[in-house]
Design a protein around this ligand. Structure first.
Ligand code: PNW
Length: 442
C-alpha cells in the first residue's frame, strides 16, 4: 500500500530527551524555568537530565537503526545553539552536538527532519515578551536563518514551529505549559498570530536565500483532533463541529494553506462573543495586513500531528472571556472509544483517515507527512507492548487506506516517540516510547 520512497520515522523533541540543561554553555529555556517552579509539573519532574540524549546520543541512534527507520525527526534547542536567543552569541558546543547527530544519521542512511521550535523558547527572549511580542518574529527569523545556514547543507526537511495551537492555548490561555501565562481569550490569539508571521518569514528566508542551493522543504507541524458532531442530525451540533474544526485545524491551516487568513467562522465567533461581553477594544483576533496576507500561504508540505478524536455538541460558553466561550462548543468522548494512558487520548485510528481526507479536500491535496502519532501508557510498565503494537498496526492500516482508496498524498509517518521521555506537564509519568527508558539509570 505504501509508496517505495515513503518516509518511516520516529520523532522526539530537544527538551523532552536531551537533558544537559546547563551543559557546555547552553542557556535556560522557558521549560527549564517552568519546571524549576513548584507545582507546575507532575511530581516536580523536570528535563534537567531526561533521557540524557545530550550524552547518550549513540544509544538513541542504535534504537533508530534497530527499527530500520528511513527518517528521524528531532528538534533543535534554540537556547543550546544561541544561549541568549540571538545570533550575537553562538554556542559552538551546541553546534557540534547537532552536527554530530545529523552526520551520524546520514552515515546510517537515515534522513533527519528537523524542527526549529518545539516549545522551548530561550528564557532571555521570554523576558522580552516572548511570543506575545511582535519582536519575536524577527528574532525567530534570525535563528531560523542561522540553522539553515549551519545545518541546511545536510537537512532537507524542516519544520519551523511545532504545534502553534498547543503553544498558544497551553502556554498562554490556561497556562499548564511554559511560560505558564493565563490570559484567557486574548494572549493565545496574539501568540498564534506571531507564530504564523514567524513561520511565514522563515519560510521566505529559506525560499530566497537557501532553497536555490539546499533544495529542501519547509513547513510547520499542525496538530488537530478529528471532530464529529455528537448528534449528526442536530444542526446546532453540526455547526458547533464546524466551528470547533475552525478553532483547531483551521486556526493555523487556513492562513497557511487555504485563504491566507483566519477562518471566517473563527473571527465572527470571537467578535460576536466580544460584543456579548461588552468588550470594546479592537478584535481580540489580530488581523494580517494586506502585505502579510500575501506572504502567508507558505508551506511546502502539510505536517500533521494526530492523536485522538472527539464528538462535539453545541454550547459550552462559560460567560467569561476565554477561547472556550468564543468557541461555544463542548467536546465529549464517545464511550465506545477505548482510552489509553493519558485521559485525553481516546484510541481512534479511523479518525486519522477522516482528518487526512478533510485536509486533502480543504487544502487542495497537499503532500502530507504525519509528523506525530502515538500511544500513551501511564503507571504500570508494560514492556511487552501488545496494545501499542495493535495501535500502530490499526493506525497505519488507516493511513494505507487513505493513500490507496482515498488518494490522499501521504508521504511519511513518524511515530511519537522513539523513546519514553519527558511528557511536559505529566513529567515522566506518561510513556509514549517505542523504546522503554529506565529514568533512574540515565
Ligand atoms: C504533542 N493535548 O503535544 C507534542 O508535540 C509532543 O511534544 C508531545 O509529547 C506529544 O504531543 C504527546 O502529548 C501535545 O493535551 C500535548 O491535547 C498535549 C496535547 C496534544 C499534543
Amino acid at each position: 500500500m505504501f509508496p517505495r520512497d515513503f518516509a518511516w520515522g520516529a520523532a522526539t523533541a530537544a527538551y523532552q530527551i536531551e537533558g544537559g540543561w546547563q551543559a557546555d554553555g547552553k542557556g535556560p529555556s522557558i521549560w527549564d524555568t517552568f519546571c524549576h517552579e513548584k507545582g507546575r509539573v507532575f511530581g516536580e519532574h523536570n528535563g534537567d537530565v531526561a533521557c540524557n540524549s545530550y550524552e547518550l546520543w549513540e544509544k538513541d541512534l542504535e534504537c533508530i537503526q534497530q527499527l530500520g527507520l528511513t527518517h528521524y525527526r528531532l528538534s533543535l534547542s534554540w537556547a543550546r545553539l544561541l544561549p541568549n536567543g540571538t545570533t550575537r552569541h553562538v554556542n559552538q558546543k551546541g553546534v557540534q552536538y547537532y552536527n554530530k547527530v545529523i552526520d551520524d544519521l546520514l552515515a546510517c542512511n537515515v534522513s533527519p527532519m528537523v524542527t526549529l521550535y518545539h516549545f522551548d523558547l530561550p528564557q532571555a527572549l521570554q523576558e522580552q515578551g516572548g511570543w506575545k511580542s511582535p519582536g519575536i518574529v524577527n528574532l525567530f527569523d534570525s535563528y531560523a536563518k542561522f540553522c539553515f545556514q549551519t545545518f541546511g547543507d545536510r537537512v532537507k526537511l524542516w519544520l519551523t514551529i511545532n504545534e502553534p495551537l498547543i503553544c498558544a492555548k497551553f502556554g498562554h490561555e490556561n497556562g499548564i505549559f511554559a511560560p505558564g501565562i493565563k490570559e484567557p481569550g486574548t494572549a493565545a490569539y496574539l501568540v498564534g498570530h506571531n507564530m504564523l508571521r514567524a513561520h511565514a518569514m522563515a519560510w521566505h528566508s529559506y525560499n530566497s536565500f537557501y532553497r536555490p542551493e539546499q533544495k529542501g522543504a519547509v513547513s510547520l507541524a499542525i496538530n488537530s483532533d478529528w471532530l464529529e458532531p455528537l448528534h449528526p442530525g442536530c444542526n446546532e451540533d453540526v455547526a458547533a463541529t464546524e466551528r470547533d474544526l475552525a478553532f483547531t485545524l483551521g486556526w493555523f491551516t487556513w492562513p497557511v494553506f487555504v485563504t491566507g487568513d483566519y477562518p471566517e467562522i473563527m473571527r465572527s465567533a470571537i467578535d460576536s462573543q466580544s460584543k456579548k461581553l461588552g468588550y470594546t477594544g479592537s478584535s481580540r483576533l489580530p488581523s494580517f495586513s494586506k502585505d502579510e496576507r500575501a506572504v502567508l500561504g507558505t508551506a511546502d508540505f502539510f505536517a500533521l500531528n494526530y492523536y485522538t478524536s472527539r464528538k462535539v455538541k453545541a454550547g459550552g460558553s462559560c460567560g467569561e472571556m476565554c477561547i472556550k466561550s468564543d468557541l461555544d462548543a463542548e467536546e465529549v468522548l464517545d464511550p465506545s472509544w477505548p482510552i489509553c494512558g493519558v485521559s485525553w487520548q481516546a484510541v481512534v485510528p479511523h479518525g486519522l483517515r477522516k482528518l487526512l481526507n478533510y485536509i486533502k479536500d480543504a487544502c487542495n491535496n497537499p503532500a502530507v507527512y504525519i509528523t506525530e502519532n502515538g500511544f500513551s501508557q501511564v503507571g504500570l510498565l508494560q514492556i511487552e507492548d501488545v496494545e501499542r503494537c495493535e495501535f500502530y498496526r490499526d493506525t497505519i492500516l488507516e493511513v494505507g487506506k487513505a493513500i490507496e482508496e482515498d488518494g490522499v498524498n501521504v508521504r511519511g509517518y513518524f511515530a511519537w516517540s522513539l523513546l519514553d521521555n519527558f511528557e511536559w506537564a505529566d513529567g515522566f509519568s506518561v510513556r509514549f516510547g517505542l523504546f522503554h527508558v529506565n529514568f533512574s539509570d540515565v
